[in-house]
Design a protein around this ligand. Structure first.
Ligand code: ASP
Ligand code: MG
Length: 486
């Protein structure tokens, strides 16, 4: 058996669904189980509809749901033709009616809780899995839709629930694995339910995690992630075009890349596959002739080689200064608690004599939240920052890599640098305005110039001085944070 996950853009239209069907037909002998995302941008639009309804704007809520209804019906008609009407009437229309009821309740004052948000967002994958299964049957594939909420069991952390592995695996084995013997199972990604059956979601982009869970649960031979790019590239195509396709990367490299900004895979999706050493293959549904990227246990390349550059924009750097060094451990302890409570992920940390600096994704309430740590701490927040990571097995221990990276970033206003505690990454925080130039300079250093430069002119040199910094990333614990002071 294999798992084939199709992302939203790989199912965005009748043509895309037909293309997915023809790809699946090529793999029928491997007994595929399909995990599907919501079609195109459905999840964003559902969220907008719910937010509009919650603030009393029923006109806007209606517009979003109407657009969604039209899109789902039109694309279904595009595949099913004449046969669409009874299916739309009996299976799709009732779902839009139920969604409408929820939105009316929100407009009338029902609190817009994370639980309701998950309920609303779940319609995306529930609709797409029904439509894909019906379309596949029409196209000659024996397909059965399974409601993912019946098999993916999670805790009750709405909007970012954690799967309960053993319950999920046992349900997958009892249902999906059996059905998959003689038909193509189609289930929605991203959604699940608590043991009591309350709908949850795994967090944005969570369909990859569903695919990996399903793969582990049915002991699949392979997990294929079908998306709209050729695979993992040596640089983020949204920042710099022309990166190289990576043929093979390790699970750890994939995890690190996903964690540090590569959008192709959800960061949590590697672990279930890794536990059972199931290869993950990333492929382009628009160019199925391309082999894509394989994520496997052992890669052929020597350690210390930079595999890829990842980045995150919209970051902030926070500097906390304490009056005396003794306060530092209580501050870092307080921060660790605060971050765990508020689900804040810190990406780079650097400890100094007088305090601690770290980088994280910026958001409007950041400064206020930080005030909760300790009133006496002096806090400075630098906004409009971006982080770049060099990722590859063992690169944090390759002194020459750090030297070459610093050389390439010569003149960049490097605010923070971090040698990854995992040994797989080196990170630098720079000004957001310098992101493309820095990426280009690093790519030139480690991979030679990319083929095209996103249509933008070659950059001027990046400014100011390289900050001196060697620090640690990872869990913010006093031990880790203080280490570089010793
Ligand atoms: N539809 C969900 C999202 O847009 C999950 C996914 O596509 O992975 O985040
Ligand atoms: Mg995705």
């Amino acid at each position: 058996m294999i798992v084939m996950k199709f992302g939203g853009s790989s199912l965005e239209s009748a043509g895309a669904i037909e293309q997915a069907a023809s790809i699946v037909k090529e793999h029928l002998d491997q007994k595929p189980v399909l995990v599907v995302s919501a079609m195109a941008k459905t999840t964003d639009q559902l969220l907008e509809a719910a937010r509009s309804a919650a603030r009393g704007d029923s006109y806007s809520a209606r517009q979003h749901t109407e657009a969604l209804r039209r899109m789902h019906c039109n694309e279904t008609r595009g595949v099913l033709g004449q046969r669409a009407e009874p299916f739309l009437r009996d299976s799709i229309a009732p779902m839009f009616r139920d969604l409408q009821v929820l939105l009316v309740e929100l407009r009338e004052g029902r609190p817009f809780t994370p639980q309701i948000q998950d309920e609303v967002l779940s319609y995306g994958e529930r609709l797409s899995s029904l439509i894909v299964a019906e379309s596949f049957r029409h196209l000659g594939i024996r397909a059965a839709q399974v409601d993912a909420r019946k098999v993916i069991v999670t805790d009750g952390q709405f909007t970012h629930a954690t799967p309960l592995h053993w319950d999920t695996y046992s349900r997958l084995r009892r249902t999906v694995a059996l059905l998959a013997r003689d038909r193509v199972v189609v289930m929605g990604g991203f959604i699940g339910a608590t043991l009591d059956g309350v709908t949850t979601t795994l967090g944005r982009g969570g369909s990859d995690l569903t695919a990996s869970l399903v793969g582990a649960g049915i002991s699949a031979d392979e997990i294929q992630i079908w998306t709209d790019v050729d695979g993992m590239l040596s640089c983020d195509p949204r920042v710099l075009a022309g990166g190289r396709l990576l043929r093979e990367i390790s699970y750890q490299e994939a995890q690190e890349m996903a964690r540090f900004g590569a959008k192709v895979l959800h960061p949590a999706s590697v672990a279930p596959a890794l536990c059972q050493r199931i290869p993950i293959v990333i492929r382009n549904s628009r160019r199925p002739e391309v082999q894509g990227t394989r994520v496997v246990s052992k890669v052929q390349s020597a350690p210390g080689i930079v595999k890829c550059l990842t980045s995150k924009a919209g970051m902030a750097v926070v500097h906390l200064r304490v009056k005396n060094r003794g306060m530092l451990s209580s501050i870092t302890g307080g921060l660790a608690d605060l971050f765990a409570r508020e689900h804040i992920a810190v990406d780079l940390i650097q400890a100094q004599e007088q305090g601690i600096s770290f980088a994280l994704e910026n958001w409007p309430g950041l400064s206020q939240v930080l005030r909760k740590v300790d009133e006496s701490v002096d806090i400075a927040v630098e906004e409009d920052r971006a982080a770049i990571w060099l990722v590859g097995e063992g690169i944090a221990h390759a002194a020459s890599t750090l030297a070459r990276a610093r050389g390439a970033l010569q003149g960049a206003d490097v605010r923070l640098a971090s040698q990854g505690s995992s040994s797989l990454s080196l990170g630098f925080v720079i000004r957001e305005a310098d992101l493309q130039a820095a990426m280009e300079a690093l790519h030139r250093e480690f991979f030679a110039a990319p083929a095209s430069l996103n249509g933008r002119p070659r950059t001027s040199s990046i400014r100011t001085e390289v900050g001196q910094a060697l620090s640690l990333r990872g869990a913010l614990s006093p031990a880790v944070a203080l280490k570089s002071n010793q």
